[in-house]
Design a protein around this ligand. Structure first.
Ligand SMILES: *Cc1c(COP(=O)(O)O)cnc(C)c1O
Length: 389
């Protein structure tokens, strides 16, 4: 039995009829951009989030960019963010001309360490981007308090946390904007690139829909400088067709996570189950000292694991101009060497999950026996430890 990291074909096979119908309907309509399918999806997604407005756009990266642009974040502004994220979070900041300023993370949650947030604020700071990494929500109460005190915009990066909640409120509805990605492997995924921005402000929404469509208020009237970042009708129809299943899929992810945590709690640092937030396990990430050996052993046994993310943004070549060096973000850098994302997708079977757990258990049993043999030969040839192990 092989255990892939993800499997995007299963979704299509299971709901083939719905998806085929959605695509064929758009093809026959002759309306491909900014049409009724987008409006339907935006409404459904706004209802799901219990938020006033949703604006579809072309990707998660551009969702963050458009939100920043709506706040008029640009050159000479600083944006507070973490380096332990998907690099597109940072690309979006760069697209505005602003400078990313990195806050270190908490070693348990791997999320922004809000205790360090205030000390990173500069006179140039204009916005904070809390990244709800892996499907958990950042401590938003602290973020919002600090943002209010210093008059900063808050743009939540919800790319990995569609459906997660914080004190009962959906992630992406707590700050000024929520930026979502519907990259195919995300908890809600299109069959191509797609994204959306949520906001409770009518003014912000109006800016967003101009910004995503060349800055037009109406055809040929360009009130502000915009870009092209639209969510096309085919992707919108596919997303709307998936909406009825998102809660069920997230529930299954939680079940899988609980099974992993029960099976692995004595072997690895498992994700904490936060009290105030509902984790949607876009990724199930463990922390171990011998990460590379474990990943190689699992691969040899047909289990595919990935690392999210191996190189923090502040140590990427593209961001060397910011002047960060090794040691500047100690927790971020240590975590990058310890994390391992186990297979996680709603269609994963209990049998497959158990196989992952058993294989990790075998890895540690084997390691223990070989480790006991080595010192026994060197230090004390008469000991019986080696033969016992
Ligand atoms: C996927 C992702 C993005 C980028 O989304 P795209 O749709 O690929 O542009 C941004 N931030 C995080 C945390 C992500 O996981």
């Amino acid at each position: 039995m092989q255990v892939p990291f993800g499997d995007l074909k299963i979704h299509y096979q299971t709901y083939k009829h719905e998806f085929d119908q959605a695509c064929l309907r758009v093809l026959a309509s002759g309306h491909f951009i900014l049409g009724p399918e987008l409006e339907t999806f935006e409404q459904k997604f706004a209802q799901f989030l219990k938020v006033q407005h949703v604006a579809g756009c072309a990707s998660g990266t551009e969702a963050i960019y458009l939100a920043l642009a709506a706040c008029e974040v640009g050159q000479n502004d600083d944006v507070l963010v973490v380096a332990h994220t998907a690099v597109p979070t940072i690309s979006a900041i760069s697209m505005t001309g602003a400078k990313p300023v990195f806050v270190d993370i908490d070693p348990i949650t791997c999320l922004m360490d809000v205790a360090q947030l205030e000390s990173c604020i500069t006179p140039q700071t204009k916005a904070i981007i809390p990244v709800h990494l892996y499907g958990q929500v950042v401590d938003m109460e602290s973020v919002l308090k600090i943002a209010a005190k210093h008059n900063l915009f808050v743009i939540e990066d919800v790319a990995q946390a569609t459906g997660a909640t914080y004190r009962g409120a959906p992630a992406g509805t707590l700050g000024d904007f929520g930026a979502f990605s519907f990259y195919p492997s995300k908890n809600l995924g299109a069959f191509g690139d797609a994204g959306a921005i949520s906001t409770n402000s009518q003014t912000n929404f109006e800016r967003l829909i101009m910004l995503r469509n060349y800055g037009q208020s109406r055809r040929y009237y360009h009130d502000i400088i915009g870009i092209n970042s639209r969510l096309d009708e085919i992707q919108a129809a596919i997303l709307a067709a998936q909406m009825p299943f998102i809660e069920e899929w997230n529930k299954r992810r939680l079940e899988i996570a609980k099974r992993y945590t029960t099976g692995l709690k004595d072997l690895a640092q498992t994700p904490n189950m936060p009290g105030l937030t509902e984790h949607v396990y876009h990724l199930y990430v463990i922390q171990v000292d011998e990460r590379d050996e474990l990943q190689a052993y699992l691969a040899e046994h047909g289990i595919q694991c990935l690392i999210h993310y191996p190189i923090p943004a502040h140590l990427q070549k593209a961001y060397s101009y910011l002047g960060y060096k090794v040691g500047d973000l100690p927790v971020t850098e240590r975590i990058a060497k310890r994390i391992l994302s186990l297979p996680m997708f709603p269609e994963l079977t209990d049998k497959q999950v158990d196989l992952v757990i058993e294989t990790i258990t075998d890895f540690y049993a084997l390691r223990k026996s070989t480790q006991l043999q080595v010192p026994s030969k060197v230090v004390s040839p008469h000991t019986t430890v080696a033969s016992k192990a």
